[in-house]
Design a protein around this ligand. Structure first.
Ligand code: PEP
Ligand code: MG
Length: 456
């Protein structure tokens, strides 16, 4: 208490921040001791400290405090917290925890916000008001750098801007290799702003609309009418293209206050996506399916089903979509033809058994983020095991190749919409496999199109 009071009086820090600093120091001390029993007490202290902090902060959102252009430093940041921050003030994010393919990383990437995770002890080292250079390319941060270092980076930024400008000019044209192979380069979108970016960066369509990300900030699940309005606005950015809209994929690291998600031990393997959708069918799936079907009258859309695990899952969702079509028609809507219905290939059981799904699904989209986490038994939100995910790329590719051998001969399309899609090391291989489209954060599209144009 004395140290906390001191910080408040002498440094003018607020109570929560001061208390946090003081307890963090004690926690670090305990963690560094060479005694397992005392190390564990760090956990106790952390829990107590969190309780006091919660009580000091009440319901106030820390994120609403980002009032000036800032780099946000935190132990951990949730997708919903990023969504809450006024984006114009968010210059970068540095955290201790997190995973390279978790949804906070995905959202930051889509927003073009540099994000570095796994920076040990950063909350204790950096002080409010410090000047920071976040060099995510070299995985390095500079705190209060010398003038020469700042100047070097300013030059680097200018150079990068000029390369980006050149790539942007050409990005509205198709991506075709020198031998004439064409790949659609699509956008991963999770908000109206992302859709605006998709158009700006020359996307050939939306390859993955993560609908759940559009509702992270809502206080309740939007009804059919508001969903229809939002999706129309999103698609109207590229009205002539074909877009893939994914049914809701809440759960795991995408939590919202209006869903009574249970505290599961392994949420990535629990009640998420359609599993959750069917538990709350009338509020989650029904209005969304109806909105998609109405939308299909005005736009070229495909419906993508997340986390399909076995053919029963697929049967169940296809039946539900048919049921909603029938009901809409009975209500006078006239929806004659259903949009193509495809599945995410993100559960190893699906990746290993293409023949169970070929006759039922119209297209396939590889979700390499979840697929890699399940394949490598490595939580995608946990930085301590992220090296496993990275070391699994060749195994994921093997699964894609084997799947494609079965599927492409039956004239069904395969795309990739996980983070692997924008990894330039594998573009050649994707094309060789016969992948028809790659979907990625809008900002990366110009660069990837340029890379494809340089391939044989
Ligand atoms: C994936 O799992 O690869 C994917 C594209 O979906 P999400 O990242 O939203 O889980
Ligand atoms: Mg997924």
């Amino acid at each position: 208490m004395d140290q906390t009071r001191d910080l408040i009086k002498k440094q003018n820090f607020n109570a929560a921040y001061s208390y946090y600093q003081v307890t963090r120091n004690f926690i670090s001390e305990l963690e560094s001791l060479d005694d397992e029993y005392l190390n564990r007490r760090a956990e106790d202290l952390k829990m107590l400290s969190d309780m006091v902090l919660k009580s000091l902060l009440g319901d106030e959102k820390v994120t609403s405090k980002v009032n000036n252009p800032s780099i946000v430093i935190a132990e951990k940041i949730d997708p919903s917290q990023i969504a809450e921050i006024n984006q114009t003030n968010l210059l970068g994010i540095i955290t201790t925890e997190g995973g390279v393919t978790d949804h906070s990383s995905i959202i930051a990437k889509a927003l073009g916000i540099p994000y570095m995770l796994g920076v040990k002890n950063v909350v204790n080292i950096v002080r409010n008001g410090d000047k920071i250079i976040l060099d995510s390319k070299n995985k390095c941060i500079h705190i209060n750098p010398e003038k020469e270092i700042s100047q070097k980076f300013e030059k680097e930024i200018l150079k990068e801007k000029s390369i980006n400008k050149n790539q942007l000019i050409k990005s509205k044209y198709e991506a075709i290799t020198n031998s004439g192979k064409k790949v659609d380069i699509m956008a991963n979108v999770g908000s109206l702003d992302d859709a605006v970016q998709a158009k700006r960066f020359g996307a050939d369509g939306i390859g993955l609309l993560r609908t759940e990300l559009c509702f992270l900030e809502s206080y309740k699940m939007p009804d059919e009418k508001s969903q229809l309005e939002l999706y129309s606005k999103i698609l109207n950015n590229l009205p002539e293209k074909t877009h893939t809209l994914r049914l809701i994929d809440f759960g795991s690291d995408k939590k919202v206050s209006y869903l009574p998600l249970q505290n599961e031990e392994n949420p990535a393997l629990g009640q998420r996506a359609l599993r959750l959708g069917f538990s709350y069918y009338d509020t989650l799936l029904k209005p969304q399916i109806r909105a998609f079907l109405k939308l299909s009258k005005d736009f070229n859309i495909k419906i993508l089903c997340p986390m399909i695990t076995n053919s029963n899952d697929l049967d169940k969702i296809i039946t539900a979509i048919h049921k909603e079509q029938k009901e809409l028609n009975q209500q006078g809507e006239v929806i004659e033809k259903l949009p193509p219905i495809g599945i995410m290939v993100e559960v190893p059981n699906v990746a290993l058994n293409p023949n169970d799904f070929i006759s039922k699904a119209d297209f396939f989209s590889f979700g390499t983020n979840d697929l890699a986490q399940f394949l490598m038994a490595a939580d995608r939100t946990n930085k301590n095991v992220s090296h496993y995910i990275e070391s699994g790329n060749q195994s994921v590719l093997k699964l894609i190749r084997n799947f494609a051998l079965e599927v492409i001969s039956k004239k069904k399309e395969i795309s990739i919409c996980g983070e692997l899609a924008s990894n330039i090391n594998y573009l050649n291989e994707f094309i060789d496999i016969g992948i028809s489209s790659l979907s990625m954060p809008p900002m990366l599209i110009p660069k990837i199109k340029e890379e494809i144009r340089s391939l044989k």
